[in-house]
Design a protein around this ligand. Structure first.
Ligand code: PEP
Ligand code: MN
Length: 361
């Protein structure tokens, strides 16, 4: 008799469990709908006032046997799971997210590939100053097997009185010299109007830290097929960085590399603080290649080797370094650029460490 009663109660419980599951599933569907509405309106997902009101109303209706704290605790768990559901849904919609696209994006630059597991280096002067200056650096890159030549022709300088770059003439110099040595060019542009002519010269468009949230520029480079190296803004969170990349990718250009270049902190020993954690986080959260700029992040020459090693050990697909034939007379970033022997020594040490992959060709 007692056994029959137990069975009966258990059956009732099983049915209630299914009813609860049904109710929380229905609730979750509504929560997802709310998430979409909030995303459209740009409203924060977490609303503590609304949450408190819901909990208070539930507790007011509670007649036991659970005490009020237990009711609060149980519903809090449901609310927490719902919030996570909304947050996951939002992440999932990002095209740059690994959730949407699990395989690594390999950026193809002519015959070169970035993000295929074979890491690489980008090197060159802060600014293009003359053909001879660029040629001296290019020669060294060729000698060391470094395939990407960088150099700024449009310089976003802090002071309007500082050297602003050679403009289109600088891009012409880069193209000419790069073609002599079979190198690929990475160069920054600062305005959407530059895109139409820059694509005639450069292999990779760089968007600098100061323009990471120049949304018109991001959208414009998203409409071309030239690969883009997007640098992290100096005060940008990783999430903002990913959204900036999303601006490009959402316009159709999926050939995007992310560049961690240090962020502003109170620390004065380095020019910026290299956020090394950003490397594995970006690799985990996105499918895009990640490059670390060891020069602008540190602003100093004496720690480049350990910093480059740590970047590569953390999973970076490449590193960027500024090299000038005569850094002391450089028209920009004179204090941080390394000279050609220092560059060759650094590159050789990285090859010897096994962390930087030797060129295959
Ligand atoms: C650069 O790479 O030339 C440069 C200006 O760097 P950032 O935008 O990171 O300051
Ligand atoms: Mn520089």
């Amino acid at each position: 008799m007692a056994h029959d009663r137990l069975e009966e109660l258990r059956k009732e419980l099983d049915k209630l469990n299914l009813d609860i599951l049904d109710a929380i599933t229905k609730r979750a569907t509504i929560v997802q709908e709310i998430g979409k509405v909030k995303a459209k309106q740009g409203i924060d997902k977490f609303d503590p006032i609304r949450e408190k009101k819901m909990l208070d109303e539930l507790v007011a209706k509670n007649n036991g046997p659970f005490d009020d704290n237990t009711v609060r605790y149980l519903f809090k768990q449901i609310f927490k799971a719902s919030l996570e559901l909304q947050q996951n849904d939002q992440k999932k919609v990002l095209l740059v997210s690994r959730k949407e696209h699990t395989e690594d994006t390999v950026v193809k630059v002519g015959g070169e590939e970035v993000g295929n597991g074979h890491n690489m280096m980008i090197a060159g002067p802060c600014s293009v100053e003359s053909e001879e200056q660029v040629r001296e650096v290019a020669k060294s890159l060729k000698r060391m097997g470094v395939p990407f030549l960088r150099g700024g022709a449009f310089k976003p300088r802090t002071s309007p009185y500082d050297f602003q770059g050679l403009g289109e003439k600088g891009l012409k110099i880069l193209r000419k010299v790069a073609d002599e040595f079979g190198l690929k060019i990475v160069s920054e542009i600062v305005s959407p109007e530059h895109v139409s002519f820059a694509t005639d010269y450069v292999d990779v468009i760089q968007i600098g830290a100061r323009n990471m949230q120049n949304f018109e520029l991001l959208k414009r480079v998203g409409t071309v097929s030239t690969p883009v190296l997007l640098k992290r803004g100096m005060s940008a969170t990783i999430e903002e960085f990913m959204f900036a990349a999303e601006y490009i990718v959402s316009q159709g250009n999926r050939q995007v590399m992310l560049c961690e270049r240090g962020i502003r902190t109170y620390e004065k020993a380095t020019r910026n603080t290299l956020d090394i954690s950003a490397v594995p986080i970006l690799k985990q959260e996105t499918h895009l290649p990640v490059i670390v700029d060891i020069t602008h992040s540190t602003g100093r020459r004496d720690i480049l080797l350990p910093i480059a090693k740590s970047a590569l050990a953390a999973g970076a697909d490449g590193i960027m370094v500024e090299v000038h034939p005569e850094p002391a007379v450089a028209l920009s970033d004179a204090k941080q650029q390394i000279n050609i022997p220092q560059f060759e020594q650094l590159t050789q040490a990285l090859y010897d460490s096994g962390l930087l992959h030797m060129p295959t060709k």
